[in-house]
Design a protein around this ligand. Structure first.
Ligand SMILES: [Cu+2]
Length: 142
């Protein structure tokens, strides 16, 4: 009986550890849990603030369709921060803060390598030319 309790405790500790591990994974992995998840499609929910992208790193495989569901951080929509990836022809201001109705940015990742994600839509705004602090990376694996 005592052994059984110890085993249950042990299992609970292991399970808790896994949950914490999952919670720590803030970047890199697409959130594909929704009903729209399908093979070859990588979806990311991204928040754009005055000084950050969250997540800041998007990792996909070459050939994937990348879907970024972007919203401006609370109180920042009027600044029209955006998402620009020159090599993929992406350059969109994101003015919505509504996480239930995000702005969809979609493209096919047909070039491999590392690509800078930056804010060009308010290029000469009060946060500095090209927002040196708002930087992200798109990694397209071969
Ligand atoms: Cu900006």
């Amino acid at each position: 009986m005592k052994g059984k309790i110890f085993f249950l405790l042990f299992a609970a500790v292991i399970a808790l550890g896994c949950v914490q591990q999952a919670g720590r994974n803030e970047t890199a992995q697409p959130n594909q849990m929704g009903p729209e998840a399908q093979p070859g499609v990588k979806q990311f929910s991204m928040i754009i603030g005055h000084t950050f992208y969250n997540p800041a790193t998007l990792t996909v495989d070459k050939g994937d369709t990348v879907v970024i569901k972007a919203v401006a951080a609370p109180g920042t929509a009027s600044h029209l921060h955006g998402i620009t990836i020159d090599e993929y022809g992406v350059n969109e201001a994101v003015a919505t803060e509504d996480t239930n109705n995000p702005q969809i940015i979609q493209f096919v990742a047909d070039k491999e390598g590392f690509f800078t994600i930056y804010c060009k839509t308010c290029w000469s705004g009060p946060y500095g030319r090209g927002h040196p602090d708002i930087r992200g990376v798109l990694e397209v694996k071969p």
